[in-house]
Design a protein around this ligand. Sequence first.
Ligand code: PHE
Length: 448
Amino acid sequence: TKATEVTVEGKTYSTDEWMNTPSTILTAISRRLHLQQDHPLAITRKLIESRFPGYNTHNDLFPVVTVEQNFDSLGFPADHIGRSRTDTYYLNQDTVLRTHTSAHQADTFRANESAGYLISADVYRRDAVDRSHYPVFHQMEGARIWDRGALDAGKSLAQTVWEDVANIPKHDIEVEDPNPTTHAERNPLQDGHSAEDVEAMAAHLKRSLEDVVVAIFSTARSASAATTGGDTAAAPADEPLKVRWVEAYFPFTSPSWELEVFWQGDWLEVLGCGIVRQSILNNAGVSNKVGWAFGLGLERIAMLLYSIPDIRLFWSTDSRFLSQFSAAGPLQRFVPFSKYPACFKDVSFWLHSSSAITGAGGRGRNAQATSHDFHENDIMEIARDVCGDLVEDVRLVDEFVHPKTGRRSFCYRTNYRSLERTLTNDETNELHERFRQQLVEKLGVELR
Ligand code: PHE
């Protein structure tokens, strides 16, 4: 019989047909990497926290939240893709593993305990298998609010905020910010917000986050100087740090932006942010407040900071990894202890006639969704389930439609590699065979 209950950290939930959380994900919950002494994620968290003096920190909020907390309270529309079981881990229809730290926004605003807060936590998303994606990762959420009324005599909100802006450390990096703070269609001012107030809060938000990025990247730069040669990832370039603000969209902020950093030849998105939707503050019982919020991925920043080449490393318990990090003393870049060989294997299969893999190459090309359709993330999850951290990458390499039958064929290439040892041929053959069989059993494909 199928279990109808699941216990997470001592709390029991009844499951239903929405349950799609594998036990491998549930066991990751207790790891709390962002709190582990001398773990690179914990050091990165503290480095960022140190740039926000006086902000309240919450680092142990419970990971199981309601659909209301994760989506509804933030204004996600009913049909938002993020709500789908292909993207989100559900325990039951009303209960999910948080997909972002913003799940705690409404509650934290409701508690109304401080003007600024930071929340660091593990978050969970079904996603691709590659060196920068893992179904569990860590985010830091930050927010800063101000009183709208009850201001000191003769001082406007905008003036108060500009005085706070003046207290943020100055920097001399190059910042591209070509867009106006608000734009009627692309990035609108909210009803009831004044342009002057939002101008001031946007400046406070942007200067605060630029300060974080400057702190992180100057630390990364001095670390690269401390390490010489060796088989390390490319050293941070010595060219000056360049950052840019781009317009963005989130259901829970407006206007909204993303901050990108030019890093080794590419623009890299490091965080999302914006002016908090007034409805969230109103619903949380603090309609007299206005403010901003941001969310950033700690793994991505830590990977840049330490030159960590693969996100799976954060989960390693190998002392050759863990012993390289210390909160005390200057930051040292990560030196890969060895590069073990990769083993590539392909699996090709037919789908049921006229069905499709959503989220993959074949996305949206079939006219009618059928009951045999599945999402590419289902393939990813089977690979994780079978291989754990021995799979580095899974990608679609070929797709075609049979000219006569109209059936679709897909070929996925899996890269098996351990970060800690050399896998034997027998081992990878066995993993691959189990992967193939699970594709048949769980997704009903026909192997070629
Ligand atoms: N929660 C958003 C994400 O995960 C980031 C964000 C947080 C954006 C707060 C705006 C404000 O992508």
